[in-house]
Design a protein around this ligand. Structure first.
Ligand code: FES
Length: 96
């Protein structure tokens, strides 16, 4: 499963590299190296919503450094385990 972190200029200004590092550390901490392929990517055209992530095609916007654990708890881990309990999109930081 691919997890993409946008490192375009707008997302970079909002802490994309810190978010990327947090993702890397959490993937290692949770032993998900064989389940999640972490990638950095360029602008996704949703600059005002950054930091933007995409996990297996699902956009996750408004992620700030320090919020990655929440993203994993609410979006990524449920999807790995078979989908969000209520099937809805999750937004961190009040933005989509
Ligand atoms: S810079 Fe991240 S969506 Fe544009």
């Amino acid at each position: 499963m691919e997890l993409l972190v946008c490192v375009g200029s707008a997302c970079h200004m909002r802490g994309a590299h810190a978010v990327l590092e947090e993702c890397k550390e959490l993937i290692r901490e949770l032993g998900l190296e064989d389940r999640i392929l972490l990638k950095a990517g360029f602008c996704q055209g949703r600059c005002t919503e950054g930091v933007n992530l995409v996990f297996v095609g699902e956009p996750i916007g408004g992620v700030r450094p320090g919020e990655v654990r929440t993203v994993f708890d609410w979006v990524i881990l449920p999807k790995i385990r078979g989908g969000n309990p209520d099937g809805t999109h999750r937004t961190v930081g009040g933005q989509l």
